[in-house]
Write a protein of this length. Structure first.
Lengths: 387, 304
């Protein structure tokens, strides 16, 4: 009798539960909400992992933009951001984006910064036909996933050439070593493009060891680099490892300049590096020293909202990506996924804080890069490089 | 030829430094196994606690005091004390009640304690990586044609010193003799009037102090990142080192640690850093196939 009751109970539960509605707007596709409620947008990023400042800064930029946008919302409907933390892991990125699309039913997804995670999530977004706009992933393969994947920043073939030319022309270095992260698509791609431009213009790569994201002992690799005697070392990694690498390099007596890419951009770079990166250079998306009134307005508004903190490039890109999305909604006229996708693809001459943004047929943006120098605890503008 | 030799030597020095740290942790594993026949999986997390405790103490005292020799010695002593107490606490709460339970129960409990420590660390200190500030600005020196980093030599020196103290305690004091007696035969030892509970607590305290010291030394002197899972890999590798050297044998743990450190450094230098963790487990598999008792262990016969 007891067993029979138990079976009946389980059977009843099995029949009832799947029928529960998955959320508002049970109609097919990413319907967002009903046509007169808020516009649901998903945001995913690394909020607690090794590259936490990327996810948090981008979110801050997006929040600032959304607060401004909602004063005069597109189509009269306010934007609502659903945030998910992927802890910097690509498997997690896949599961949170799947949740955002299938359970929260967002109309579009914003994120991520790290190219490996963006690529993983992009397959989900493309399959579900939900537009995804990444603010800061620079590996070209991200947008190659499909026609629903966009980016508003420059790509690594350009970024790699920026630092290669800087090393050759400004630092007058002919021998370079590269220390890259094998677990990061961003790092692998960027070091490849740097190598191409550097060698094509008369330089020589003397050593190319690698590490894995999460490592904290780089002495063996630095030993090998030191033995090869380069004039400059290119470290296209993320700030947590770069800081420790720089410190260990200086501890080993390596005195040559270290250069890198936009993965360095974080206030936490100095926690690991101390003073080891003084006088080193990296390429980035924007500089707070840009006198353009748009940039200064953004910096002032950001400082006001976030207790005096200076916005880094991720915050600026987050700000731009949210505003570009709102602009696309206005141009599309509604949140129908196909129309939205086409509107985003048609973004032209958008006045962003990180530059004037036009998306090309590969859904990438062609923008200038800046080279910054590490001085004390700040990044000082050195030069702008046009594409 | 000469550059290769120089590079081999340079890496040997690095390997010995790394190995000394593994040896410090491995000794704790082996001692606890000796007295309790238990692999204390939470041991690696005591390494992590040592790093965090040292970091917080140093932050509390300020950079100038922490950077002075007596200041750092104070932090070192306090961290060791706290980690020792933690070890005793873990033993008292998690392992003593299971003294008579099947060994698998205690093993699973150890894994539970490990997860507990990691989760508590995430709650208390957050998940984002933290770093020690530079405490001692020491520049590298060149000697014997090799580049030597004084900070790493300091770690090596401190590790050797701690192991020497341990050796003295184990071989020359009564408590050490009691430890050896309990690890040989616990029942017989208690019949001889040895307070086994006290000895076991002492063993845990000693082992945890060494693990905490390792965590503090590595984080403070090499400024590597500290995060709640930082003890997992060193703990696992130290466990392999202990097995490699013969689980239950303290000199074996030291030898095992050195072998691990050197093998790992050569693998990174000549094979690429992706294999650095793999080499530890390859060594484990090899030793278990060819010499399960370990380098310095004795093959024991279990009477059924």
């Amino acid at each position: 009798m007891k067993k029979l009751l138990a079976c009946l109970a389980i059977g009843a539960a099995a029949l009832v539960l799947p029928g529960c509605p998955a959320g508002p707007g049970g109609g097919g596709g990413a319907g967002g909400s009903s046509s007169s409620g808020t516009i649901l947008v998903g945001y995913y990023g690394d909020l607690t992992g090794d590259t936490a400042t990327f996810g948090q800064s981008t979110k801050d930029g997006i929040d600032l933009a959304v607060a401004e946008i909602n004063q005069d919302p597109p189509l009269g409907r306010k934007l609502e951001i659903r945030t998910e933390d992927d802890q910097g892991k690509s498997e997690q990125a896949v599961s949170v984006v799947t949740k955002l699309i299938t359970q929260d039913r967002v109309v579009a997804v914003l994120g991520e910064v790290a190219s490996s995670n963006s690529m993983a999530a992009a397959t989900v977004c493309q399959r579900e036909k939900v537009p995804m706009i990444t603010p800061a992933s620079t590996n070209p393969a991200v947008t190659e996933t499909g026609d629903h994947i966009f980016r508003i920043c420059f790509i690594d073939p350009f970024q790699g050439s920026v630092m290669a030319k800087f090393a050759l022309n400004t630092l007058k270095a002919k021998r370079a070593a590269i220390l890259s992260d094998v677990k990061s698509d961003y790092s692998k791609g960027l070091s490849q493009f740097f190598k191409e431009t550097f060698t094509q213009n008369g330089g020589q790569i003397v050593a190319e060891p690698s590490y894995s994201k999460g490592d904290s002992d780089f002495n063996a690799q630095l030993n090998a680099i030191k033995a090869a005697n380069p004039e400059v070392i290119f470290i296209p990694g993320y700030y947590t490892e770069v800081g420790t690498i720089a410190r260990q390099a200086r501890d080993q007596g390596i005195k040559v300049p270290l250069i890198g890419g936009d993965g360095w951009d974080s206030p936490k770079l100095f926690e690991g590096a101390g003073t080891a990166l003084e006088g080193c250079y990296f390429s980035n998306h924007y500089s707070t020293e840009n006198k353009d009134p748009r940039v200064q307005q953004f910096v002032t508004a950001y400082k006001a909202k976030f207790s005096g903190r200076e916005p880094d490039a991720m915050a600026a890109l987050g700000y731009d990506v949210a505003r570009i999305f709102a602009d696309a909604v206005k141009r599309a006229g509604d949140t129908d996924p196909a129309r939205l996708r086409d509107a985003i693809a048609g973004t032209k001459d958008f006045a962003g804080v990180t530059g004037t943004i036009t998306l090309d047929e590969k859904r990438n943006a062609t923008k200038p890069a800046v080279v910054l120098e590490v001085k004390g605890k700040a990044f000082k503008f050195v030069e702008t490089v046009q594409p | 030829m000469l550059p290769l030799l120089g590079s081999l030597l340079q890496n040997l020095v690095l390997g010995v430094q790394k190995g000394a740290v593994y040896a410090l942790i491995a000794v704790g594993y082996t001692m606890v196994y000796g007295v309790l026949r238990l692999i204390n999986f939470a041991h690696g997390d005591v390494y992590m606690v040592g790093a965090y405790v040292g970091l917080r103490l140093s932050a509390r005292m300020g950079a100038s005091i922490s950077g002075s020799v007596p200041g750092f010695a104070l932090i070192f002593a306090l961290t060791l004390l706290i980690c020792g107490l933690l070890g005793v606490l873990i033993e008292r709460l998690a392992y003593r009640p299971l003294r008579t339970a099947p060994r698998i129960t205690a093993l699973i409990t150890a894994i539970g304690v490990s997860l507990l420590l990691e989760s508590l660390a995430m709650l208390i200190w957050g998940t984002s990586p933290q770093f020690f500030p530079t405490l001692f600005p020491l520049a590298p020196v060149r000697a014997l044609g090799l580049d030597l980093n004084p900070k790493y030599l300091l770690i090596l020196f401190a590790s050797v010193l701690l192991m020497a103290v341990l050796w003295y305690v184990v071989t020359r004091t009564r408590l050490g003799k009691a430890m050896r007696a309990v690890s040989y035969d616990r029942e017989a030892a208690s019949l001889m009037g040895i307070n086994t509970n006290l000895v076991i607590s002492f063993t845990f305290a000693l082992g945890s102090m060494l693990a905490g010291a390792a965590g503090l030394l590595v984080s403070a002197l090499t400024n590597v990142k500290i995060e709640p899972l930082v003890g997992v890999m060193p703990g696992l590798k130290a466990f392999v080192a202990a097995v490699l050297g013969g689980i239950g044998s303290i000199p074996g743990a030291v030898v095992g640690g050195l072998v691990m450190g050197i093998a790992e450094t050569y693998v990174i230098a000549f094979g690429g850093s992706t294999w650095q963790d793999a080499i530890a487990f390859v060594l484990l598999i090899l030793i278990l196939i060819f010499r399960p008792a370990g380098i310095m262990g004795r093959a024991t016969v279990e009477k059924v």
